[in-house]
Design a protein around this ligand. Structure first.
Ligand code: NAP
Length: 294
């Protein structure tokens, strides 16, 4: 049986620890950490994500300031609100839920968030810091969550062949940069135009898949002893939630594997909390949160 990389369990432990930490800060007279969450429109999936993030904030004592804007909110209005939050001393972190409606320029919006408050780590300044190995970086939540999960289970990543499937700005690219930045391990990044995906996946010691296609990775595509991290979230017609990996068959060959649900998803939310508390700590003169050390 492979090791099941239990993100749900670890995320709960992290939330409990963060709650203690926040209680300690507030008992010293500090205000609660504060995260502003902006949602534009009524995308049902985004509404669920935002609800889960805010619930997790509540649990650990992070105040979440919810700004829900109508679908046709002009870009200038959104930029004006972000500017106000950037200048608000009582707001530590800002999250703009993606995707944004088509009429809004996402990159412009992300770039308008103050890099110090950019809790998702998508601002070009944070992306640059991640790429160049700078320490005061905010790492995007999903890659950070995966990193914390691998370390918690003592997965040896040093000099391992890492393959990341999917090259989005949110998951695939920052994930690969995390491995590259310390010259920890060589990384291959595969995407839609990879000619022979199996050629790469078969050689992976650590395989991270973030595409959004059920059963993209089947057992013939992996080698024995592989560590598999399945980021994908796919809702099947019968209502089941599955990842991108054929879990039942791939697990037979894996040394360790994340389940879906209960793997990367809860770690993404836990990392959002960790990043928020980390920004708050630094604002009040404390070192960044140890879990953000990458
Ligand atoms: P995305 O922006 O759609 O990116 C998917 C990536 O996969 C793109 O680089 C895409 O290339 C590539 N791709 C598409 N088809 C491929 C194929 N057949 N072989 C190899 N690569 C292919 O999605 P994302 O935001 O990174 O999310 C990926 C998945 O993870 C989704 O299921 C999403 O719901 C899930 N997710 C989960 C979490 C979590 O916390 N568990 C967090 C974020 C995302 P093109 O750009 O050329 O299409």
């Amino acid at each position: 049986m492979p090791i099941i990389l239990d993100g749900k369990k670890l995320a709960k432990k992290i939330r409990e620890e963060l709650k203690k930490e926040v209680d300690e800060f507030t008992s010293k007279g500090l205000r609660n950490p504060t995260l502003a969450v902006i949602l534009v429109g009524n995308d049902p999936a985004s509404e669920v994500y935002v609800k889960n993030k805010r619930k997790a904030c509540d649990e650990v004592g992070i105040k979440s300031l919810y700004i829900h804007l109508v679908e046709d909110t002009p870009e200038e209005e959104l930029l004006r609100i972000i500017n106000k939050l950037n200048n608000d001393e009582d707001v530590d972190a800002i999250l703009v839920q993606l995707p944004l409606p088509k009429h809004i320029n996402t990159q412009k919006v992300i770039s308008s968030i103050s890099p110090e408050k950019d809790v998702d780590g998508f601002h070009p300044e944070n992306v640059g810091k991640l790429a160049t190995g700078m320490k005061d970086v905010i790492v995007p939540c999903t890659p950070l969550g995966i990193w914390i999960l691998l370390k918690e289970y003592n997965i040896d990543t040093f000099k391992k062949d890492v393959v990341v499937v999917g090259a989005s700005n949110i998951v695939g690219k920052p994930m690969s940069l995390l491995f590259l930045r310390n010259e920890e391990a060589p990384v291959s990044v595969c995407h839609r135009n990879t000619k022979d995906l199996k050629h790469y996946t078969q050689n992976a010691d650590i395989l991270i898949v973030a595409v959004g296609k059920p059963n993209l990775i089947t057992s013939d595509m992996v080698k024995n002893g592989v560590v598999v991290v399945d980021v994908g979230i796919n809702r099947l017609e019968d209502g089941r939630l599955v990842g991108d990996v054929d879990f039942e068959n791939v697990k037979e060959k894996a040394f360790a594997i994340t389940p879906v649900p209960g793997g990367v998803g809860p770690m993404t939310v836990a990392s959002l909390l960790v990043n928020t508390v980390s920004i708050y700590r630094q604002k009040f003169g404390y070192p960044k949160h140890p879990l953000t050390e990458v």
